[in-house]
Design a protein around this ligand. Structure first.
Ligand code: APR
Ligand code: PHB
Length: 405
């Protein structure tokens, strides 16, 4: 590292932008492969941990966290779920993931905890992580010596790397650094949002409940046996202050079957927020020596619990490709990264769109009359829960499709 009074310059193999799950998991896997990396994050660790996100991990994600050496607490505190329930027409119907997928399950373990475990592992390994980096910018992306520049404590810092991993989320600088005539974006914005709360009360049921109700979608999820994460579909015009805790609990109860509603325990929210829903994919996921992973490249509506799992899948492909470059001296993996990652991304986008379309209340379409949309949904749900083939398809997508070799 070279230093002057107002600037520094350092060298690494992979510069990672973003210390969310994508960036930290990539950093951990690269470190274990002996590949030097620096993580550059614009926010503080506390801010990163304060963001409440999803909570269902595919088995391939838990396997990857084990490969990264950070799975211990997840296995100790996470909840293995063999199935979930669909609620419609005033009754619940179980989707037996374990039976339908030949033994596969999902792990309920909050993204905040995954991020915390990755942060702790990175800190324990003494790996370079820059928090509260300002004015992060990417340079010479299409050359063999790309650079990342950032401001910290009034000093301009420059990181020279072989590769840059853009793990900086939907609003990051990495995707924005790809020329507009190269980048192709595909987006669908949904006409509603999710109002979510976190509360220290026992779950409504042992497993997740996804509810299609004429009042709107609802989801009863959890973080542990004493902490719940529940959601109700709400209008995009709603503000969090429009929703008192009491209003939330009444609306959630109204969207559940009688037995679940009777079992629901209410309590004060410890977090309450509204999130919009969109399907978004940016192609390609590589430009020169810049590789996009996670939310930097794609967004899914949370209905299918795919956001974190897709980020982990990108990171799995990218970490293996970079290891092949450095260890096996082949670029086959990095040259195929975008194609391979996007193939999985689009299947998860399709599944997340399908489940969102099936479970939410949509405004009537231009040619609709009566309650045709809701009737079509309940007919599909009735078919689904009585068809082994349909439930198998739902289950194998929910637990996570196999990786391409
Ligand atoms: N410079 C440095 N860091 C940045 C910049 C920037 N210009 N812009 C954003 N970041 C940071 C953010 O502060 C955040 O900590 O990049 C990180 C991106 O993290 P996430 O948004 O969590 O994205 P990702 O790591 O891909 O994880 C995807 O998070 O949003 C959920 O549903 C999503 O579960 C999925 C997961
Ligand atoms: C959550 O627990 O936050 C969660 C679970 C399943 C989903 C979405 C969110 O499909």
């Amino acid at each position: 590292m070279t230093t002057s009074s107002s600037s520094t310059s350092q060298r690494t193999q992979v510069a990672i932008i973003g210390a969310g799950p994508s960036g930290l998991l990539l950093g951990q896997l690269l470190h274990r492969a002996g590949i030097a990396n620096v993580v550059i994050e614009q926010r503080s660790p506390e801010y990163v941990l304060s963001r409440i996100r999803a909570g269902v991990l595919e088995q391939v994600t838990t396997d990857l966290l084990d490969e990264a050496g950070v799975g211990q607490r997840m296995h100790a505190e996470g909840l293995v779920h063999d199935g979930f329930e669909l609620c419609f027409g005033g009754a619940r119907h179980r989707i037996d993931l374990h039976r339908l997928t030949g033994g596969r399950t999902v792990m309920v373990y909050g993204q905040t905890e995954v991020t915390r475990d990755l942060m702790d592992a990175r800190s324990a390994a003494g790996l370079p992580t820059v928090y509260e980096a300002e004015q992060v910018s990417l340079h010479d992306i299409t050359t063999a010596r790309p650079r990342v520049r950032y401001l910290k404590d009034g000093v301009v810092h420059e990181v020279q790397a072989d590769f840059i991993a853009g793990c900086d989320g939907f609003h990051g600088v990495s995707r924005a650094s790809i020329p507009a005539d190269v980048l192709r974006c595909h987006e669908r914005v949904y006409p509603f949002g999710w109002l979510g709360i976190l509360a220290d009360v026992p779950p409504v049921s042992d497993e997740l409940i996804y509810s299609n109700h004429e009042r709107g979608f609802a989801l009863c999820s959890m973080r542990s046996k004493t902490r719940v994460r529940h959601y109700v579909q709400c209008s995009l015009d709603d503000k969090v202050e429009d929703w008192s805790d009491a209003r939330f609990w009444d609306e959630l109860r109204a969207r559940l079957d009688p037995e679940a509603a009777a079992r629901m325990v209410t309590g004060p929210s410890i977090e309450k927020s509204i999130a919009p829903l969109r399907s978004f994919v940016a192609e390609p996921m590589r430009y020169g020596q810049l590789f996009l992973s996670g939310d930097a490249a794609h967004i899914v509506p949370p209905t299918g619990a795919k956001g974190l799992n897709l980020a982990a899948a990108d990171v799995r492909y990218l970490s293996h490709a970079l290891a092949e470059h450095y260890v096996e001296k082949t670029n086959a993996g990095i040259d195929d990264y975008s194609r391979k990652a996007l193939r999985r991304v689009w299947k998860a986008e399709r599944f997340s769109w399908y489940l969102t379309s099936l479970l939410h209340r949509f405004p009537a379409g231009p040619g609709d009359s009566g309650d045709v949309g809701h009737r079509m949904q309940t007919a599909e749900l009735d078919y689904l829960v009585h068809s082994e083939a349909a439930m198998t398809s739902l289950a194998e997508n929910y637990v996570g499709l196999p990786f391409e070799a």
